[in-house]
Ligand binder design. Structure first.
Ligand SMILES: [Zn+2]
Length: 71
């Protein structure tokens, strides 16, 4: 009997964890690997030409932001 309860609890817990991870993935914002800005409607990110990660589609403002942050 107790095994059934344990199995049910484990299933429930696994479901909760899966939902949590899904929510985290939704909330996690990608950041530009060049200037570090978060992805948003104003700053859409695309794949970096060198394949190092997401970077701003707008390269000019990306370079400006990078210069502004001094990195
Ligand atoms: Zn950028």
């Amino acid at each position: 009997m107790s095994n059934e309860v344990d199995a049910k609890t484990a299933r429930e817990r696994a479901k909760q964890i899966a939902e949590q991870r899904r929510a985290e993935r939704r909330n996690r914002k990608r950041k530009c690997v060049v200037c570090g800005v978060e992805e948003s409607d104003k700053t859409p990110l695309g794949p970096h030409p060198d394949g190092i990660g997401p970077s701003c589609k707008d390269e000019v403002s990306c370079q400006q932001r990078r210069a502004a942050t001094g990195r």
